[in-house]
Design a protein around this ligand. Structure first.
Ligand code: NAP
Length: 258
């Protein structure tokens, strides 16, 4: 019987040094997975590894560079064994009016979110296919504005929409290799960064809360538990799905509230 146990999994979590990525790395480890975390800065990655319950590994890797991604997979596999589980969480984002967004800013966000997700997924896919198929999983972290649009974040919204499509495409294309591909769309999650950058102001915070039916921000651990579910055998028949974990926020469109 499946019970959420992840013993035997080897997870590769991009952006695992901070925020939601770190929370997911810790949750997968708590359930028995070995966990590799990658990102550009060394220090937060090492901190995550020090907090894991079991074997872990950290290496610097810019997901926009396919060769570096391949090298990071090699290094993780040398230490932990074949990667079974990929969490594409790395992202960049900033608020900007579309007319003011530079080509560099556009390329940076598309590069991390869309290209990076593809390069890492391709790396996992090739490896799993080469070893004859496996019980493997990919979880992509998107955002609910992938389907509503996200004024002020045109780069991120467009990239996340691309990742939703990639999720569905690869779910079908790689099902025969035993690779399940799903996505999680977090709503507003209270992290150190979002608290500082997005809702530091009490009035902004209150206005945002009014738009969330459950009247609170989400917690990193709530995304982490959704991720653990999707990679576990409890979700063995779930592929191509996008799970919104957002307190109902994206559905809050009513003109005549109760
Ligand atoms: P975060 O703390 O800023 O995490 C982003 C991570 O990505 C960082 O660890 C960063 O590390 C890494 N990263 C950035 N560029 C990279 C690159 N080129 N190569 C490798 N790693 C890179 O943000 P978060 O709030 O935890 O968000 C995590 C995920 O949830 C993102 O996909 C985000 O879009 C999504 N999300 C968050 C919220 C929210 O409310 N927090 C809502 C919806 C969706 P380095 O800078 O060291 O590389």
């Amino acid at each position: 019987m499946p019970d959420g146990d992840l013993t035997g999994r080897v997870a590769f979590v991009t952006g695992g040094g901070t925020g939601i990525g770190r929370a997911m790395a810790l949750e997968l480890s708590r359930r028995g997975a070995k966990v590799a975390v990658v990102g550009r800065r060394r220090e937060p990655l090492d901190e995550t590894v020090a907090m894991l319950d079991g074997p872990g590994f950290a290496t610097q890797c810019d997901v926009r560079e396919p060769e570096t991604v391949g090298g990071a997979f090699d290094a993780a596999e040398d230490l932990l064994g074949p990667v079974t589980t990929l969490v594409n969480n790395a992202a960049g984002n900033f608020l900007v009016h579309a007319e003011d967004l530079s080509p560099n800013g556009w390329r940076a966000v598309i590069g991390i979110v869309l290209d990076g997700t593809f390069y890492c997924s391709r790396e996992l896919g090739r490896r799993v296919i080469a070893r004859g198929g496996d019980n493997a999983q990919i979880v992509n972290i998107v955002a609910t504005y992938a389907w509503t649009g996200g004024p002020g974040t045109v780069h991120s919204a467009a990239a996340k929409a691309g990742v939703v499509n990639l999720t569905r495409t690869l779910a079908v294309e790689w099902a025969s290799h035993g690779i399940r591909v799903n996505a999680i769309a977090p709503g507003p999650i209270d992290t150190e960064e979002t608290r500082k950058r997005l809702w530091a102001d009490d009035a902004v915070r209150e206005a945002l809360l009014q738009k969330i039916p459950l009247r609170r921000f989400g917690r990193e651990e709530e995304i982490a538990r959704a991720c653990a579910y999707l990679v576990s055998d409890d979700a063995a028949y779930v592929t191509g799905g996008v799970l919104a974990v957002d307190g109902g926020a994206w559905l809050e469109k009513g003109m005549f509230g109760p």
